[in-house]
Design a protein. Structure first.
Length: 199
């Protein structure tokens, strides 16, 4: 009973400490099991750091800082912590200089990011309704069908005179406006292809 109470007290404290840190930077989404795992400490001298298993409260790793890098732009030193030796999937706390930051190790740890990125392409789509089934409270009717667009004088040429009406549906809203640019569209398509290939 006393051990359970003690473990609850220790882990409860760690949960409250596992907040976004101003001084410790690490991958907020987490790490793949066999990926290099590093964190950066922005202030203070680091003598040692530990990794604690969030499920058990056990210390699973202790390490010394790898090296300190200084920035010519900010006059600040940043200490690099390497905990790549930890490969077991799970939830952990990095504890250093009285600060504690939560992180996760698991396969496909970046999948939620890929899902969110693809969903953002849906939310930004032009000329089609964004349905409540997929967008919830961000649903909306189709905007800017662009099926009758005038050629701007800057885009006119021998084949298409200024003022010619063309159809140019689809694409994505960009930078808070409704202009469409071929470079931005190509970049968007390239990102989607990269997400498909990687995930």
């Amino acid at each position: 009973m006393n051990i359970t109470a003690c473990l609850f007290t220790v882990l409860g404290g760690m949960v409250t400490l596992g907040h976004p840190s101003e001084t410790v930077r690490l991958n907020q989404l987490g790490y793949y099991p066999r990926q290099e795992k590093v964190a950066v400490v922005n202030t203070g001298e680091v003598r040692e750091f530990t990794i604690v298993d969030a499920a058990t409260g056990n210390r699973v790793f202790s390490g010394k800082p790898g090296y300190t890098a200084s920035s010519a732009w900010s006059d600040k030193n940043r200490t690099i912590l390497d905990f790549s030796d930890i490969t077991a999937p799970g939830n952990y706390f990095l504890m250093v200089n009285g600060d504690s930051v939560a992180f996760e190790i698991k396969e496909r740890v970046l999948s939620p990011l890929a899902d969110a990125a693809l969903k953002s392409f849906y939310y930004q789509r032009t000329g089609m309704p964004i349905e409540a089934t997929y967008a919830g409270r961000w649903s909306r009717p189709a905007g800017h069908p662009d099926d009758k667009v005038l050629i701007h004088p800057n885009a006119a040429g021998p084949e298409r005179k200024a003022g010619t009406v063309i159809s140019s549906p689809g694409g994505w809203y960009d930078a808070g406006d409704y202009n469409k640019y071929i470079v931005n569209s190509a970049y968007s398509i390239g990102l989607m292809q990269a997400i498909y290939a990687r995930f």
